[in-house]
Write a protein that binds this ligand. Structure first.
Ligand SMILES: [Zn+2]
Length: 300
């Protein structure tokens, strides 16, 4: 059985084909046409056609996207690539391809991939967190996605930062219309913004993490604030979902210190005696999204 996954990201569209054992047989990517809905559909269809030219017809196709498909309207909602919102992305792609596809949020795909055969394999409950351009989450229980009644389960990035400290309230305005969303603090751009506000220095979230590793005390202080905010935000999540494993994805998941420092800090905020929840790095790295997308059919 050939499973094709599409990872529709803000900057690139990646397609991979997996065999029954989860081995990657084929992989290609294209840049995401910026602000261009029709071009985005074209690019996905082009990559799928190339895969089928090389390998023959796919047995299952799954798409991981920012945001989610509204069960009520069939239209996209909550995508930080806002050109997708209010569009019938799933329906339009199915019409273009002449067949059904499965579609889910990119964080759900990360959680599914890592729960099935990655860093959280064997765990009963897995929460996947994307710390990238945006902040999202997805929940997998017993190997199956829990998408939720409104298809928003895990949308933790648009809750407010919990236990705010001085200077954190009400917090920066989010594209969703609210203030102080976790996404505004914990996306890579959130670290960069916080670093800039305090130091007036410019750098990406990745830069700040690298500079911290090189002994830059301003950057280390910003990373420490980021780490404490992540610990509070995950403690809040543990108090509600209590997953066995939390797996990180997205650019900030490459910051190795988080896996040691965050669990040390979250103890104070979790309503429990010492907790055994594991915080782990993704085993499949940047490929988790596209692998999870390929696993979506029959996992929703
Ligand atoms: Zn928000």
């Amino acid at each position: 059985m050939l499973r094709l996954g599409v990872d529709l990201g803000g900057t690139k569209i990646e397609v991979a084909v997996l065999d029954d054992q989860g081995a990657t047989l084929w992989r290609q990517r294209l840049p995401t046409p910026q602000g261009d809905y029709a071009g985005t559909i074209d690019a996905m269809a082009t990559l799928i056609a190339r895969a089928e030219d090389d390998l023959g017809r796919m047995d299952a196709i799954g798409i991981g996207t920012p945001g989610t498909v509204s069960p009520r309207t069939g239209l996209m909602k909550n995508a930080n690539s806002v050109v997708l919102n209010d569009r019938p992305l799933k329906g339009d792609l199915e019409q273009r391809l002449g067949r059904r596809v499965a579609m889910a949020n990119d964080a759900n795909c990360l959680a599914l991939s890592e729960a099935r055969d990655g860093a959280a394999a064997g765990a009963k409950s897995v929460f996947g967190v994307i710390l990238g351009t945006g902040v999202g989450g997805g929940l997998v229980i017993d190997g199956m996605l829990h998408a939720g009644h409104n298809a928003i389960a895990g949308e933790w990035g648009h809750n407010p930062l919990p236990w705010p400290e001085e200077g954190e309230f009400p917090g920066p305005t989010c594209w969703c219309g609210m203030k102080g969303c976790i996404e505004r603090w914990l996306a890579g751009t959130g670290l960069a913004r916080d670093f800039h506000v305090v130091t007036r220095r410019e750098g990406t979230g990745h830069d700040v993490a690298v500079w911290a590793g090189e002994g830059d005390s301003d950057a280390q202080a910003a990373l420490d604030r980021y780490t404490h905010r992540l610990a509070r935000a995950l403690a809040h999540l543990i108090n509600i979902v209590d997953p066995e494993v939390i797996v990180l994805g997205g650019g900030m998941s490459n910051v190795a210190s988080l896996y040691e420092d965050v669990p040390r800090l979250w103890d104070r905020f979790v309503f429990s005696d010492p907790i055994s929840t594991r915080l782990v790095a993704p085993q499949h790295g940047d490929s988790s999204g596209v692998r999870g997308a390929a696993m979506l059919p029959k996992a929703e």
